[in-house]
Design a protein around this ligand. Structure first.
Ligand code: NDP
Length: 387
């Protein structure tokens, strides 16, 4: 029998379960391009419930315990006395989330001789040291596409929030109890007519492009692999072979690549300096793709007109993280991929992965990042490992 350890974000401060705003969520059965939503044999939760926090348990307890496995759920993940550190040595499977990542470093993997699989309840497995996972013979899997549309909607929201300068205007009528029209509009623009680009035109990047098309903008993208020409034509896309070419022409840039050696620290002072003065960046991919302090400098100097996103490093960030207080930001905590709608899909996807794992059936290739001693499935296409 196996021990499964889920590291999930803490419960709401008001207690669990929360009072839900709605009674149902739409039923989604497929994604653009034909991939189906997760198909576990059963689920033990009602879609729309808060599943990603500790008491939500990803809806897995009954399933795992009925099969005789041990299921430990915690949010306590940092430091030598944390539950994660204590449980790791005899854990077989770690489930974690990008929103509250259990950083599976080389040292931690080295202290977990039984660890066979790391599952991401969501998308993005950069919190796992992939070379160590490969060397350890592990499988790394994530629920590809489960929250891609959620993130794309959030990115479009943050683009509009920045360009229209929503946050200060909101503050004028709420916190400041004022009605300062001139102050509220002195940095507000329309998106219409702007040059807008995505770095990474995978599942999320393409969904962002499709959602932006009706805003009458000119669309650009940069990706390792070029999109089919009919898609380029349909969306009126200009492809850029490298990030500098993209960054230098756009008014708005939205980042949608995984974090891996080729994308780490890409947006440094030099690249930010090559952008148009007054450009906006939205980053819902991973914080380490940008240089934290270079972003702050660019906002302070006016080189960037705004920066928004939901990804930070580390997570959670310390109280004095400079992005909490920098100007012209529209930051959220890492929430875009954890809407209640997304939670139903990623929880069902984790269950599908576990069912396959326990029953010796192949895990869908699109869910695989590492398997069989190397990058596999989606991992082989979208990730690189150093060395
Ligand atoms: P996909 O794998 O579908 O797309 C990623 C795209 O990035 C691929 O098209 C890939 O290229 C491209 N890419 C990789 N490296 C580079 C590079 N060096 N330069 C240009 N393009 C590159 O992933 P998703 O769209 O589903 O997700 C993207 C990322 O978003 C995830 O890895 C994760 O980090 C983040 N994410 C954030 C969430 C949140 O809650 N904020 C939730 C979900 C994901 P190709 O495949 O053509 O080689």
């Amino acid at each position: 029998m196996a021990k499964i350890l889920s590291v999930l974000y803490p419960d709401p401060v008001g207690g669990y379960p929360p009072a839900y705003a709605r009674d149902e969520i739409p039923t989604i059965t497929g994604y653009p391009g034909g991939q189906t939503t997760p198909t576990p044999e059963a689920i033990d939760f009602t879609p729309g419930e808060l599943l990603g926090c500790v008491s939500g348990e990803l809806g897995l307890r009954r399933f795992l315990e009925d099969r005789g496995h041990t299921y430990v759920v915690t949010s306590d993940k940092e430091g030598p006395d944390s539950v994660l550190e204590r449980e790791l040595p005899d854990t077989d499977v770690v489930i974690s989330q990008p929103f509250w990542p259990a950083y599976l470093t080389a040292e931690r993997i080295g202290r977990a001789p039984r660890l066979k699989m790391a599952v991401t309840a969501g998308i993005g497995s950069d919190h796992v040291d992939l070379p160590s996972a490969i060397a350890h013979g592990m499988t790394v899997a994530e629920v590809t596409f489960s929250n891609s549309i959620s993130v794309s909607e959030h990115a479009v929201m943050q683009i509009l929030t920045l360009v229209h300068d929503f946050v200060p205007a909101h503050d004028w009528v709420t916190t400041k109890q004022g009605w300062n029209i001139a102050d509220s509009v002195s940095r507000a623009y329309d998106l219409e007519g702007m040059q807008v680009g995505v770095l990474g035109s995978g599942r999320i990047g393409q969904a962002v492009l499709r959602r932006l098309k009706p805003f009458a903008v000119t669309l650009h993208y940069c990706d390792v692999h070029r999109l089919p020409s009919d898609v380029e034509e349909e969306l009126g896309l200009t492809w850029h072979p490298d990030v500098r070419s993209l960054a230098s022409v756009v008014d708005v840039l939205s980042i949608h690549t995984p974090l891996h050696p080729q994308t780490q620290n890409l947006f440094d002072d030099e690249l930010l300096g090559a952008m148009k003065r007054g450009a906006y960046i939205v980053n819902t991919a991973r914080a380490l793709i940008v240089d934290r302090d270079a972003v702050v400098r660019a906002l302070n100097s006016g080189q960037l007109a705004g920066y928004a996103g939901d990804v930070w490093y580390p997570q959670p960030p310390p109280p004095d993280h400079p992005w909490r207080t920098m100007p012209h930001e529209a930051m959220t905590p890492h929430v875009s991929g954890s809407t209640l709608s997304a939670q139903a899909r990623y929880s069902a996807g984790v269950r599908e992965i576990l069912e396959c794992w326990f029953d010796g059936r192949p895990i869908r290739s699109e869910y695989l990042i590492v398997d069989g001693g190397g990058l596999a499935g989606t991992g082989a296409r979208s990730y690189t490992v150093a060395g």
